[in-house]
Design a protein around this ligand. Structure first.
Ligand code: IVH
Length: 675
């Protein structure tokens, strides 16, 4: 075999391995909700695969996970006539309706065994997915039930939809999988927060957001919105594929789909019990449901019962009551966030709503207050939907007494008195004062948060004091804090102060994605921070990148690119970067954290023992550093130990290490090793 053949075989093997890995992690994440790797590591695998496929285009396959994002914006969507129409469901709103449904079914079953499958009714939009052999070939919206739109490109971006079915040996020549496309609450909130930033209209609820997304012409936007899917039906050609609905659901799961929580019920009482149980669990689900769908389990009986022109006789939707309540607005306050955005919040007379007590509701922005016409003292109807914080639906005008007070949106920042600006065409008003304490406090808390620099112990109360006492003017001041100053603060003891400083020091070693996220650049969320960090590998190189360079990266759009460029064009921000570097904060991507990059061969898999007192870091920090580079730290010295890191007053462990002739290094040696 020639040399080039050998290296080509190697690439082929790597590509195959990467694909298997990615598909496995996608399934762990989206189907089992138990990821084994971080988003960042996942992105890195994907990036590596993309690079290889770009270099060796003939290795690209239609079911490669990289095919999910990509493709060009569509001109429009082609119509597609459904082989079997997508019917709707009859609704029921109470237990009596359910019992009446059961009576009808039993009459039709005429003494034959009757079981039901009760499953969650997901509040999204229905989707029909076509597989030929085991390959996804088409995705079609419901449309009017007979004719939908071909949205295959968009459907491919949904990671919960297998591009190739697992158990390919047990599939059908033509399989049609039906399911509900939806947005999780978390994604919904993230998207609306982004839309606030961009001054785009908010989506009213996750269903609207999902519906708006699936009809996007640009698959890149769809990919960024991270839709999800639960499968609920299966056809082989134009027939039901299994003798029972439960059997079809099992096949769907085994083929790589997610199926929503469900129960096989031997009686309508069991169905009713399931409906009650899931209603109680509704809030904790992470996605919106609007009820339970009850289906006859036997597909033979389903065929026999048939359908009206609108809906099948073998299924019914049990709808949960809307979760609304009325209460009074006691006050409207305005909060200032780290970006300076002013958010009005209605303070409500506490009211019970779907199991929790609600005392606040967001009013989002000035326009929303105008749209609702809400005044202080008004009675309002509130609803708990996709958002964790309930929203105000409308004012109950019949309850007005005339004593209500019109709320005027502040023209100055309620915290610093600074100028509030609301550019033409935007919905968000912002405090533009550079030194607004509310913004600074928000920025500090964001920088210190777990998902950013993870400075444990830096909470609200401390941030407040740092800011009000002018001890901290930007995040870099954190690295210059002195023990005695921190210890002198309210509710601070020497111990907690030194713990905090240790945490701050340890944060210097956090990897670039966390720093980048922590800087709070507009439109740079965790995922985007990871993508940018891995692409540019240092804060400096990112700061020097042009808008075009960034826009050319997969999953990075123009909005992000421009926002990052703007941030680095600001002289104050450039100084901030410089000061971070001077403080010793890591601004380069850690080499070993990059699969496909140069793994640090000197440290990976090596055993370390720490002994004595280190100069600038605690043992825990040293351990974290070593482990971050792929090394292991143990407590006993043995022949297997590769390095002993000895600090001041190192005792018997050091003696033993010298006796065994092991490599002993000090803190500087460790730093060099890890550099
Ligand atoms: S079965 C003929 N199962 O609800 C059977 N539908 O109101 C039709 N939906 O158009 C669908 N979760 O989009 C079924 N577990 C589930 C569902 C579900 C949500 C939606 C579906 C349908 C609508 C009918």
């Amino acid at each position: 075999m020639t040399e080039s053949q050998t290296s080509r075989n190697k690439v082929e093997r790597e590509v195959a391995r990467l694909r298997d890995e990615i598909v496995r992690h996608e399934e762990l994440y989206y189907v089992h909700a138990s990821p084994e790797i971080s988003d960042a590591e996942y992105d890195a695998l994907m990036e590596r695969l993309r690079q290889l496929e770009e270099k060796y285009p003939d290795l690209q396959t239609p079911d490669s996970p990289t095919v999910r994002v990509g493709g060009r914006p569509a001109e429009g969507f082609a119509q597609y006539v459904h082989r079997v129409p997508l019917l709707s469901l009859d609704n029921s709103y109470n237990i009596e309706d359910l019992r009446a449904f059961d009576d009808r079914c039993r009459r039709l079953a005429d003494g034959r065994r009757l079981e039901y499958v009760a499953e969650l009714k997901i509040d999204g939009l229905s989707m029909s997915l076509h597989y030929e052999g085991s390959m996804l070939v088409r995705g079609v919206t419901r449309g009017d039930g007979r004719r939908g739109e071909d949205v295959t490109q968009n459907v491919r971006t949904i990671r919960a939809i297998p591009l190739r079915l697992k158990q390919a040996d047990k599939t059908f020549a033509e399989a049609e999988v039906r399911g509900e496309v939806y947005l999780s609450r978390k994604e919904f909130e993230r998207i609306n927060a982004e839309r606030d930033e961009e001054s785009a209209a908010r989506f009213a609820n996750p269903r609207n957001a999902a519906a708006g997304t699936i009809r996007q012409l640009d698959p890149k936007i769809v990919a960024a919105r991270r839709l999800d899917l639960f499968a609920y039906d299966l056809f082989a050609g134009d027939r039901k594929a299994f003798a029972t609905h439960g059997g079809a659901l099992k096949w769907l799961e085994a083929s790589g789909f997610r199926v929503a929580p469900r129960a096989l019920c031997a009686s309508i009482d069991e169905v009713i019990e399931f409906c009650g149980r899931m209603e109680a669990e509704r809030d904790g689900l992470g996605y919106e449901i609007d009820g339970v769908v009850v289906k006859v389990n036997s597909t033979a009986l389903q065929d026999e019962f048939g359908a009206t022109s609108k809906s099948p006789r073998w299924a019914i939707a049990y709808k949960y009551p809307a979760r609304q309540a009325t209460t009074q607005v006691e006050d409207i306050v305005v909060q200032v966030g780290r970006t300076g955005a002013l958010t009005p919040v209605a303070i409500l007379t506490p009211v019970q709503l779907a199991g929790t007590i609600v005392a606040r509701a967001t009013l989002h922005n000035e326009d929303e207050i105008k749209r609702l016409g809400v005044r202080v003292g008004d009675w309002v109807m509130i609803e708990k939907s996709g958002e964790i914080i309930p929203k105000v639906l409308k004012v109950v005008e019949s309850k007005r007494t005339g004593a209500e007070k019109i709320f005027s949106f502040p023209e100055q920042c309620p915290v610093c008195g600074g100028v509030v600006s609301r550019p033409e065409g935007e919905v968000v008003s912002r405090c533009v004062a550079a030194d607004c304490p509310a913004q600074l406090k928000g920025r500090l808390l964001h920088f210190a948060s777990r998902r950013a620099m993870r400075i444990e112990g830096l909470g609200e109360a401390l941030a407040e004091q740092f800011v009000s006492r002018k001890m901290v003017r930007d995040v870099t001041d954190l690295y210059a804090l002195r023990l005695e100053d921190v210890a002198a603060l309210e509710r601070m003891a020497d111990k907690s102060a030194s713990n905090l400083l240790e945490q701050i020091t340890a944060s210097k070693h956090r990897d670039l994605p966390y720093l980048l996220f922590g800087l709070g650049i507009r439109h740079v969320g965790e995922r985007t921070a990871g993508i940018l960090a891995r692409h540019f590998r240092s804060l400096e190189r990112l700061g020097a990148a042009s808008v075009e360079e960034m826009d050319a990266i997969h999953e990075i759009g123009l909005t992000v690119a421009e926002s990052v460029r703007d941030w680095f064009d600001d002289a104050g921000n450039r100084t901030l970067c410089q000061r971070l570097r001077e403080a010793g904060v890591r601004t380069e991507l850690e080499a070993s954290a990059h699969p496909g990059g140069e793994a640090d061969g000197r440290v990976v898999g090596k055993q370390f023992v720490l002994t004595g007192k280190l100069e600038t870091m605690s043992r825990d920090e040293a351990r974290a550093l070593i482990e971050g580079h792929g090394g292991r730290v143990t407590s006993t010295v043995s022949k297997k130990t590769d390095f002993v890191v000895a600090g001041e007053d190192a005792g018997s462990k050091l003696d033993k290490a010298t006796g065994l002739g092991l490599t002993v290094i000090d803190e500087n040696g460790l730093r060099e090793l890890l550099a």
